[in-house]
Design a protein. Structure first.
Length: 252
């Protein structure tokens, strides 16, 4: 048994749904967790997780007035910063301004930040197992650093309304190593199944930006699904290159 502690900020004097004052038990498939969320000061929260295993299948903290997420977890017995070994982290629809994960998260496979429309900065330094990142509806993004992560298979950035600079930053740090032969399955013009996808629908892609265009072209060459709203000029990416690889909002 180990007890993990973490802290985060929230909008001062806002209402927070606290839980765990009576040591509620949350049962998961492989873990029995005892969790507590309570106010510490007028603008900060304390999160306590007592767990019986070495990993946490799912951590979900959504629809709260959280403003910052520094992903630091402390082992209460040793007082040392530790990797909580969370596999699926869901921080949807909070009020986050920044998310900072600058220490190794070796077990993290999915990170869901959808709906944090105040999120400006995202840092993910070292999550080598990360396969899916969802930043949809994060309409205030200014800076995204994906660090040295190379396992991402799904990057979902729908309806972010990203500036060309923010999109360039996102794609610059996005270094996929996977190709996906499964993406050619199916009959007809557009694929029905895929295992690797970059979803940029709801953003205006600046195809004159060579860094953006070249990264998307690289993904198409490696058989990724790329979803967009505004098609590229044929002299940048010819239709023959993406005719069977792309879905747009209208086409699905």
């Amino acid at each position: 048994m180990r007890t993990l502690l973490s802290y985060c900020k929230y909008v001062e004097n806002s209402k927070i749904l606290e839980f765990g004052s009576n040591k509620e038990v949350f049962n998961y498939a492989t873990n029995n967790l005892r969790s507590t969320l309570r106010k510490q000061f007028t603008d900060s929260l304390q999160i306590v997780i007592e767990e019986a295993e070495d990993k946490i299948d799912t951590f979900k903290l959504t629809n709260q007035s959280l403003t910052t997420w520094d992903d630091y977890w402390v082992n209460s017995e040793t007082g040392l910063i530790t990797d909580p070994m969370i596999i699926d982290m869901n921080l949807q629809r909070n009020s986050l301004i920044y998310v900072n994960m600058n220490t190794p998260r070796l077990g993290l496979k999915t990170l869901n930040l959808e709906g944090n429309n105040t999120l400006e900065h995202l840092y993910i330094h070292e999550s080598p197992a990360l396969e899916r990142l969802d930043i949809s509806f994060c309409t205030s993004l200014k800076y995204v650093s994906l660090g040295i992560n190379r396992s991402i298979k799904e990057l979902i950035a729908r309806d972010c309304n990203m500036s060309p600079l923010a999109m360039e930053q996102l794609l610059r740090d996005f270094a996929p190593v996977y190709t996906s032969s499964a993406n050619v399955r199916g009959v007809g013009m557009f694929r029905k199944q895929h295992s690797t996808v970059l979803d940029l629908r709801g953003n205006t892609i600046d195809w004159s930006n060579r860094r953006i265009a070249s990264k998307i072209r690289l993904l198409l060459t490696n058989n990724w699904v790329v979803k967009w709203d505004n098609n590229p000029p044929s002299d940048i990416i010819p239709p023959s290159m993406y005719g069977v690889f792309v879905e747009s909002r209208v086409e699905i």
